[in-house]
Ligand binder design. Structure first.
Ligand SMILES: Cc1cc2nc3c(=O)[nH]c(=O)nc-3n(C[C@H](O)[C@H](O)[C@H](O)COP(=O)(O)OP(=O)(O)OC[C@H]3O[C@@H](n4cnc5c(N)ncnc54)[C@H](O)[C@@H]3O)c2cc1C
Length: 381
């Protein structure tokens, strides 16, 4: 480890990995990335792997569309396979209010260039023949949404970043941060380094990292549980989402159904344990939507943290005017994997060029939170 670096990234999940890669790709030298554990040990390695562009806020839609563009060129650019498939997302509407909101979303999403449609119950049934459509009024469908491996994609970004000169250190914890003559001194569990730019990409621990410089950022961890079934012959292509009952599920590459739920009773905490309540609740939701799969066996369940922001949009960019070189890439609220490429690229541009260029994220800062300029993202499970 050297004594000083241009940029120090805290976090070796998908967000830290993309930022490291894009900084190096854009020509920055002397970059270091730290993780207190193994890479993908945080939320990234607990993620469902869903990649969608159908959001209710224009900012999330733009980030989703750009991320899909970057995911589409990932394999060629990084010479690495991350099991990417584009088999669509089907979002079910059960109520008149949902129909109205979804039609409004589709209009906005289409105006931003997304190939998405509001479709009838009959069309939804055609796309997923095993789906119980008896109670739905329609659905939205975007064929370019998809799935990928959060593990492999992170490893690919880290591998390429290292080839471009980034130093990465796992099992190296950041213990404190002190400002020192326009730079930051990082005390790590393996020695001290000085950096010009810091990126806080610490996922559920982002609040603790910001506290090291006396900032209180409004992001909090919240447990989300998930499970996977035995592999079945391919019968369902898209990810199916049901906001009303709080369910998402899709058939993975190897045939297992991966699924999770929204539990409005879950308190903020670092808890990542699993429980029976989830198994019962998700089994009811799954077999209601897919009655034919009632005998499918569950292979394993686990849980992880969403890092929730006040409006379910990420908080990005400099933490304050006083600490313009302390960047946040936090608060992804359950959609950090799918928004990682676009936000990684934009944060790298912001650091190198003084502003984001490809996707405008300049309004997603802490300042918007301080001024109460929230735009609530509604399409979250
Ligand atoms: C059950 C579940 C399902 C999900 N499904 C999806 C999905 O389908 N699609 C999607 O887009 N998103 C999904 N998400 C959300 C997604 O996992 C996260 O948004 C994303 O992984 C955040 O990545 P990250 O790099 O910010 O955080 P993390 O992966 O948590 O990485 C942060 C890293 O920082 C390190 N760190 C923390 N403190 C320190 C320190 N002091 N010193 C050094 N290192 C430190 C940690 O060890 C950790 O590895 C899901 C999440 C869960 C829990």
């Amino acid at each position: 480890m050297k004594k000083s670096y241009e940029a120090g990234i805290i976090g070796g999940g998908i967000i830290g990995a993309t930022i490291a890669y894009y900084l190096a790709k854009m020509g920055m030298k002397n970059i270091v990335l730290f993780d207190k554990s193994y890479y993908t040990s945080g939320s990234t390695g607990r993620c469902g792997g869903g990649i969608r562009q159908q959001w209710s806020t224009p900012a999330n839609v733009k980030l989703g569309i750009r991320s899909v563009k970057l995911f589409e060129q990932y394999e060629k650019e990084l010479d690495f396979n991350f099991d990417y498939v584009q088999k669509g997302y089907l979002i079910l509407a059960f109520t008149d209010d949902e129909v109205m909101a979804f039609k409004k979303n589709v209009k906005m999403q289409r105006s931003l260039g997304l190939n998405v449609n509001f479709i009838s119950k009959k069309e939804a049934q055609k796309i997923v023949p095993f789906l119980n459509t008896s109670d739905i009024l329609g659905a939205t469908y975007c064929p370019t949404d998809g799935l990928g491996s959060p593990f492999l994609s992170t490893f690919g970004y880290l591998k390429k970043a290292r080839e471009l000169g980034v130093e990465t250190y796992n099992y190296t914890e950041i213990l404190s941060i002190k400002k020192n003559k326009g730079k930051y001194d990082l005390k790590t569990s393996k020695g001290n380094v000085s950096v010009k730019y810091i990126v806080n990409a610490a996922g559920p621990w982002a609040k603790d990292i910001s506290k090291m410089l006396d900032y209180d950022i409004p992001v909090n961890p919240e447990r989300h549980q998930i499970l996977v079934t035995e592999p079945l012959e391919r019968m369902v292509d898209p990810m199916v989402i049901d906001f009303l009952h709080g369910f998402y599920g899709s058939q993975e590459k190897n045939g297992g159904f991966i699924m999770g739920e929204a539990d409005p009773t879950e308190p903020e905490s670092f808890k990542v344990s699993s429980n029976w309540k989830f198994l019962e609740s998700i089994s009811k939701k799954f077999t209601y939507l897919f009655p034919k799969f009632k005998d499918v066996k569950i292979l394993r369940q686990w849980a992880g943290s969403y890092t929730v922001s006040p409006d379910a949009q990420p908080i990005l960019g400099p933490i304050s005017k006083e600490d313009e070189n302390f960047f946040l890439a936090v608060g992804y609220s359950g959609h950090g994997f799918m928004l990682a490429p676009a936000t990684g690229e934009a944060i790298a541009e912001w650091i190198i060029h003084g502003k984001p260029k490809t996707t405008d994220i300049s309004h997603l800062t802490m300042e918007r939170i301080e001024k109460g300029l929230f735009e609530q993202e509604h399409n979250v499970v």
